[in-house]
Design a protein around this ligand. Structure first.
Ligand SMILES: Cc1cc2nc3c(=O)[nH]c(=O)nc-3n(C[C@H](O)[C@H](O)[C@H](O)COP(=O)(O)OP(=O)(O)OC[C@H]3O[C@@H](n4cnc5c(N)ncnc54)[C@H](O)[C@@H]3O)c2cc1C
Length: 222
């Protein structure tokens, strides 16, 4: 457990000038901007001051705030701040159909990125449940087929967003994902259709998937 003494003792390894800190933060406030900080250390500039959570305005989400508090708290006790690898970005809006983004957003993609799309108007399970609306797009790198991100407004978006976040965190490729099992009939088959669309664009699946074949227009077979 950190005491006030240890925070004071270890939290100010650098020459610390309250005036400088105040100036940086005040200047940021005057210009209606957030003070510059490193998201891997949560350190503001090169000051012995750390920021976390909504106050940083980086990603106003609970799991991000918890990580940032953890990073900032630990680094405040270190002689030199440690860098922490941040988790794959994940955001969910609990509406129907659900909205989710994971990894890179479309606006952040390089022009060369491949985009696979599935319209849930025709998705089997969604039709059976009369929830057949929405669109999912998955982004992948053309150079190595790694999944980069996805954006969607579809039924069960919160669950598919999580599946894709796990895949991105593990650096999986479109072909790695297509090798995994998909049950029938489930909404995740829609995600597989978007992945197969990507596989077609990325030049085949290495022979282990049907992605190069002309589709049967039947989700369970394609
Ligand atoms: C309506 C709503 C819905 C949300 N839904 C989601 C969601 O579904 N998923 C998700 O991930 N995130 C959601 N968020 C965002 C999430 O709640 C925040 O990102 C998260 O709580 C940020 O944590 P924090 O510790 O930075 O700030 P907070 O949780 O706001 O904690 C700050 C604390 O500081 C206290 N405080 C403020 N000023 C002072 C002061 N001068 N002195 C002492 N104490 C002070 C406040 O009272 C508060 O207790 C939602 C937010 C809102 C408002």
């Amino acid at each position: 457990m950190a005491t006030a003494e240890t925070v004071t003792e270890h939290g100010a390894p650098q020459p610390f000038s309250p005036g400088e800190t105040g100036t940086l933060v005040e200047t940021a406030a005057e210009h209606d901007v957030f003070p510059p900080f490193d998201s891997t250390t949560m350190r503001i500039g090169d000051l012995p001051v750390f920021i976390a959570g909504d106050a940083s305005n980086r990603a106003p989400l609970l799991h991000e705030a918890a990580d940032e508090g953890h990073i900032a708290g630990r680094n405040a006790l270190e002689d030199a701040p440690n860098c922490y690898r941040r988790r794959t970005p994940l955001g969910i809006v609990f509406v129907d159909p659900g909205v989710a983004f994971v990894g890179q957003r479309h606006a952040e993609l390089e022009d060369s990125a491949a985009v696979g799309e599935i319209d849930f108007a025709h998705q089997g399970r969604a039709r059976a449940a009369q929830r057949n609306y929405g669109l999912m797009r998955i982004y992948a790198s053309r150079s190595d087929a790694r999944v980069l991100g996805a954006e969607m407004c579809v039924p069960a978006a919160e669950h598919m967003g999580h599946l894709l976040a796990l895949a991105i965190e593990q650096n999986l490729t479109v072909f790695d994902l297509l090798r995994l099992p998909f049950y029938h009939p489930v909404l995740e088959e829609g995600m597989r259709s978007a992945l197969r669309e990507l596989a077609r664009q990325l030049g085949g699946s290495g022979g282990s998937d049907l992605a190069d074949c002309e589709g049967y227009r039947c989700e369970a077979l394609d």
